[in-house]
Design a binder for this molecule. Sequence first.
Ligand SMILES: NC(=O)c1ccc[n+]([C@@H]2O[C@H](COP(=O)([O-])OP(=O)(O)OC[C@H]3O[C@@H](n4cnc5c(N)ncnc54)[C@H](O)[C@@H]3O)[C@@H](O)[C@H]2O)c1
Ligand SMILES: NC(=O)c1ccc[n+]([C@@H]2O[C@H](COP(=O)([O-])OP(=O)(O)OC[C@H]3O[C@@H](n4cnc5c(N)ncnc54)[C@H](O)[C@@H]3O)[C@@H](O)[C@H]2O)c1
Lengths: 206, 206
Amino acid sequence: RVPSVVIRRLAIYLRVLQEMDLEDDRFISSRELGERAGVTAAQVRKDLALFGEFGKQGVGYQAQNLLYELKGILNADREIKVGIVGAGELGTAVSRYSIRRWNTEEDYGFRVVALFDNDPEKIGTDVEGIPIYDVRELAARVKELGIQVMMVAVPAAAAQEVTNLCLEAGIKAILNFAPTKLEAPEDVRIHSTDVTLELQQLAYYL
Amino acid sequence: RVPSVVIRRLAIYLRVLQEMDLEDDRFISSRELGERAGVTAAQVRKDLALFGEFGKQGVGYQAQNLLYELKGILNADREIKVGIVGAGELGTAVSRYSIRRWNTEEDYGFRVVALFDNDPEKIGTDVEGIPIYDVRELAARVKELGIQVMMVAVPAAAAQEVTNLCLEAGIKAILNFAPTKLEAPEDVRIHSTDVTLELQQLAYYL
Ligand SMILES: NC(=O)c1ccc[n+]([C@@H]2O[C@H](COP(=O)([O-])OP(=O)(O)OC[C@H]3O[C@@H](n4cnc5c(N)ncnc54)[C@H](O)[C@@H]3O)[C@@H](O)[C@H]2O)c1
Ligand SMILES: NC(=O)c1ccc[n+]([C@@H]2O[C@H](COP(=O)([O-])OP(=O)(O)OC[C@H]3O[C@@H](n4cnc5c(N)ncnc54)[C@H](O)[C@@H]3O)[C@@H](O)[C@H]2O)c1
């Protein structure tokens, strides 16, 4: 098991390489990749060595090859179907963002295929053509559409109940926007992102 | 200097206590606080000991007093004025969210006082009554309104330029939503939150 902080850094290395315009013969040193990612050269070498021999001493990494390898490690070389529970302000904004990127960027692999809500006014409508289903159909739609990752954008009070529906439907990866801690079995991966928590930390430094 | 991971945990302890309905004589043990926050009891004691003697051996912490102390440490006992650059999908959603919480929750101290944009169609309009100013007026408005924290919700290509405007205006704390690394002097605190980076990490575990 690789520590999650390493996976976080790999995702940053991937983003850095995707942002660069790489010619075929472009090499990149661990120092340059480190600078662009905000870590030391030694940290880059240590992280990548966990997954194989990608570079040559003194020469660095063949950039396109490293990008290819990172995509393989992070499953970024395939389409990943995403669902969003809660078609409110945030759920809608994040859907539009992902749909726009899916439609315009070759490298972007996250495809929003469904939204879910319990509001009768929203069920049966769509966001940029992606349907909003009744949350009671969640399990059936996860199976039918092959959803692998679910984003939870409902109020905190409903977040655990909605998460339980996702777990019953076999979802193994959840991105939670609600400002509350979610309980799930060991084999389910939950990442949370909380705007207020970030603001609260920034406030300490004022 | 306290490590930033400790400040992150303090913000979580604060959120946990704010979520609980605390009677006057309610005590909370480091074990219970740890369980609700997702850390060990020893970690709770170690973190809090950095800031003072708040609890009694074997009895735990007087919950309301601990909440009061944490608010003092994290500057959560005062109003903090927030600006948002980029009145697009995300900037608007996050503004509405913060404005709604400011208007309904006593404990919520973040007050959005201005949005900024460079789109003539948006300048001069408002979000829930909060004006959208021309980004060229950013420095003047920061001073006039006393803005302390700025959220950056513009496209990645414009994020550094906008950040530089914030630095020139004397902003010391930035929450960045654009998927790119921002450069700033040592004394400026920048936190980034990136939905795609989170999704990319989750994808590794599928
Ligand atoms: N929408 C989301 O859910 C989401 C999710 C993750 C990350 N992001 C990131 O957040 C940022 C904003 O995304 P969005 O979906 O709101 O985009 P958007 O295009 O809807 O909004 C961007 C806004 O920024 C303004 N703008 C552009 N350049 C500017 C400048 N130099 N000065 C001031 N204003 C400027 C535009 O006029 C527009 O109003 C992007 O970097 C995006 O990658 C968005
Ligand atoms: N909007 C933001 O910028 C923002 C920022 C940070 C955190 N959040 C968090 O994200 C979550 C969503 O925020 P929002 O601003 O989009 O709220 P919102 O009220 O606009 O949207 C919530 C949506 O969830 C739906 N919903 C409620 N209970 C449900 C259930 N049991 N099953 C299915 N759908 C259900 C509602 O019908 C609504 O459409 C909240 O937890 C909030 O704290 C939002």
